[in-house]
Ligand binder design. Sequence first.
Ligand SMILES: [Zn+2]
Ligand SMILES: [Zn+2]
Length: 136
Amino acid sequence: MNPACGDRRGTRTGYARHRRANQSACAACKEAEARYKTPTPRPVPECGTEAMFGRHRRRGERCATCRKAVTELDKVRKKNRRANAAPRPAEPIIHVPRNVFARLYLNASIADQLHAEQHIPENRIQRCVAEHNLAA
Ligand SMILES: [Zn+2]
Ligand SMILES: [Zn+2]
């Protein structure tokens, strides 16, 4: 008897051809079908990897090796993110609420007001001052 799998011997296609021809599959095709139906289980990850850390966590296990590895990995990622981030401004920045800024600005010397205007668009300053005047 001519095996129906033909040139697809040892594949799922071959197995299907056997079925369509109503003949029992040859060993190679049976094996291909069995391999598909029960895939080889994924190997258990090793300790010291992120995958194993996740597995520990899902199982409620504690593992210092994996914890340390993931911490290190986080550090490296954070460092890379920081390295790729936009450069920080040359001078440190303090954020203050607009009403606080308005009071500081209005009580500042003319020189300091001009300094502030070099860093902040005038329309923004005017808006803060206007809000402050409304609230007063
Ligand atoms: Zn076959
Ligand atoms: Zn572990």
